[in-house]
Write a protein that binds this ligand. Structure first.
Ligand SMILES: Cc1cc2nc3c(=O)[nH]c(=O)nc-3n(C[C@H](O)[C@H](O)[C@H](O)COP(=O)(O)OP(=O)(O)OC[C@H]3O[C@@H](n4cnc5c(N)ncnc54)[C@H](O)[C@@H]3O)c2cc1C
Length: 434
């Protein structure tokens, strides 16, 4: 269990079994799974709350299945959400179905749109029911502590000043600009992207079409996400053009939108200035090595994902499930070897490479040419012939909705939420699995 803080060279230090830097989807889910398996966990989050606009809000069939395996499906379904069962692209000449989740053999064939802050509150509220879980908000990780090559914990500035935490295992889930990654000198390999994204909101009327669709015309691409009373719009622009665009009047964006989607013509004025528009610099990268002795990196800290398909959150959660499955037992025994950490990377390497490969093909073959002004015709005969093959037609839905090697919760519920052990209170051992 967490030890009482001690004072070391003027900085208070405490000890936990697992310390997690960053409470995004990966950190929150890993914290829940480990605490549920009887491991004591401290999660440090630099913000005071989870409220961040325009974040990954797409909960895919793979994640919904994990939620069901945790026995939380009813509670999850009670969160206000929109559901869509297919992705469509509206070209100048035709409308094409890019992915139809109803064709998948899964229990929950839809994407649920849940604001990320609601989702993180949901996961951490559940985790807080376990006595081994602690979340410290407003705690910014500043660096790692080491003994020789081994990472032994984290340095952070919390609400009460500078602190250190010593941990059997430190996990970096602090996102694509990971401070922990920088502190240990790991650098991801970048694979480039032809675009950046502008995010904004436009009101939605009941007479508008429903669901999620992409509008594609030469030179422009926008994804429209139905959020009930408003549209969340992701407008693609050529890589690196954001600053130049913002030097012009926001009218230029309003005009583009009105031309692309005439039904929004009388609403584009809701974009009053560039302050209403947020920018996302798209990155696709991944680390060659996701671990050092005593340290594991997962989620965006190990591999930043393109927004294509809205897969980032779901891959981060799959990483967390795999890490908990493979590490709960060594953590319970009080020692995590490099071999244990390597197994997590090996398990998650293929899904990451395949998913990023799929995103890079869509970027290179569809979005890049569109942004360069080239016309893409979905009715061209090679595309039509390919789409006639059921396997090919189902592939995008499979990659987006389920992914490669979907993870399932293997860690048991070693503790009841109230803190009562479900068997004899000892940390879980794989040999005790039924
Ligand atoms: C604008 C935008 C839109 C996106 N849209 C989608 C989408 O629609 N669908 C989708 O699936 N993905 C989307 N993504 C990507 C998705 O959000 C990420 O892939 C996913 O959130 C990764 O989860 P994570 O837990 O690894 O990292 P993050 O979600 O980035 O979480 C990292 C956490 O660490 C905290 N942190 C950072 N530094 C420190 C520090 N030094 N100390 C303590 N805490 C720290 C951060 O505050 C954050 O809470 C989007 C990303 C952005 C930026």
């Amino acid at each position: 269990m967490t030890s009482a803080p001690t004072r070391d060279a003027g900085v208070q230090t405490e000890a936990v079994t697992c310390c997690i830097a960053g409470c995004g989807p990966a950190g929150a889910m890993l914290g829940l799974l480990l605490a549920r398996a009887g491991v004591d966990v401290l999660v440090l989050e630099k913000h005071d709350d989870f409220f961040r606009d325009f974040r990954g809000d797409t909960i895919h069939p793979s994640t919904i299945e994990v939620i069901e395996e945790l026995g939380l499906l009813d509670a999850f379904s009670a969160i206000p959400q929109q559901r869509i069962d297919r992705l469509e692209a509206v070209f100048d000449s035709a409308t094409a179905v890019l992915a139809d989740f109803r064709e998948l053999a899964v229990k929950h064939p839809y994407i649920a749109f849940v604001p990320q802050w609601d989702f993180l509150d949901f996961v951490t509220d559940e985790a807080k029911k376990y006595p081994g879980f602690r979340l410290l908000m407003g705690a910014e990780v500043l660096g790692v502590t080491r003994r020789g090559r081994r990472v032994t914990g984290l340095r952070y500035r919390g609400p009460d000043g500078p602190r250190e935490v010593a941990a059997t295992l430190t996990v970096a889930t602090d996102g694509r600009d990971s401070d922990v990654r920088r502190a240990v000198g790991l650098t991801p390999v970048g694979y480039g992207a032809p675009m950046d994204i502008l995010w904004f909101r436009i009101s939605r009327r009941s007479s508008d079409r429903k669901g999620l669709f992409g509008r594609i015309s030469s030179g422009r691409f926008v994804a429209m996400i139905d959020r009930g009373d408003y549209w969340q719009a992701a407008f693609a622009i050529p890589k690196g053009s954001d600053a130049e665009l913002r030097r012009q009047d926001v009218e230029i964006l309003r005009d583009s939108l009105a031309k692309l989607m005439p039904f929004l013509g009388d609403r584009v004025g809701e974009l009053r200035s560039w302050a209403d528009v947020k920018s996302l610099e798209v990155q696709v990268n991944r680390l060659r090595r996701w671990y050092l002795p005593g340290l594991l990196l997962i989620g965006d800290a190990a591999h930043a994902m393109s927004p294509v398909g809205g897969i980032g959150i779901n891959l981060a959660i799959q990483d967390a499930v795999a890490a908990a499955n493979l590490l709960a037992e060594p953590l319970g025994a009080g020692a995590v070897s490099e071999r244990d950490l390597r197994r997590v990377q090996w398990r998650r390497w293929l899904p990451t490479v395949v998913t990023q490969g799929f995103q890079r093909i869509v970027q290179a073959r569809l979005l890049g040419p569109v942004l360069q002004g080239r016309a893409v015709d979905p009715t061209s005969s090679p595309l039509r012939r390919l789409a006639r093959l059921g396997f090919v037609r189902r592939l995008p839905a499979r990659l987006v909705g389920v992914g490669v090697l979907p993870e399932h919760v293997r860690t048991p519920k070693a503790m009841e939420p109230a803190g009562q052990p479900t068997f004899d209170g000892r940390p879980w051992r794989a040999t005790e699995r039924s």
